[in-house]
Design a protein around this ligand. Sequence first.
Ligand code: COA
Length: 164
Amino acid sequence: MMNKVVYPGSFDPITYGHIDIIKRASKIFDYIVIGIAKDNNKTNFLFSETERKSLIKNSLSSIENIEVKIFDGLLTDFVKQENSNIIIRGLRVLSDFEYEFRMALMNRKLDDEITTMFMMPNEKYTHISSSLIKEVASLGGSVDDYVPSEILVELNKKLNENSK
Ligand code: COA
């Protein structure tokens, strides 16, 4: 049976922290579906879902066993629809734990066949988040170490458009 996993998130935008998790997972599992969730607790996105999808695809073109999809509704329904039973989530710092613990248990309650597995990104990326990258970039700080160059270009373009 193919070992297919789902890595969900908002990815606004994808960072080296996410990419680190995806690269590690791609060596362990047969296939990874990166799921961009339409429904989450965030409202103010910089990039549209389709823009986020193409940014992810462009920055992961060297990895073959992945696919990027946009989904709405419950994550557990999406995981089932993808014929998977594993959700991958990254744990950066201890403060991620409580939120992730609640989500993992709720997802297990929604579907007991689905298991959430946690992976830790490289310690170089444990202090970053997409919001922090956007904030630093919008204030003129360097984020070169945290996002691929193609994302950096799109990020600066978008921030410039928004500041007009
Ligand atoms: N490196 C760097 N940053 C990381 C990271 C990593 N490895 N992993 C997560 N992050 C950051 C993200 O950039 C994001 O930063 P931001 O908040 O500044 O944008 C933050 O950590 C957490 O975001 P993310 O991992 O994208 O998760 P989320 O909290 O936005 O989304 C979903 C959570 C999508 C999994 C959840 O909302 C969901 O399942 N939605 C579907 C509906 C559903 O089923 N709801 C019930 C769930 S029980």
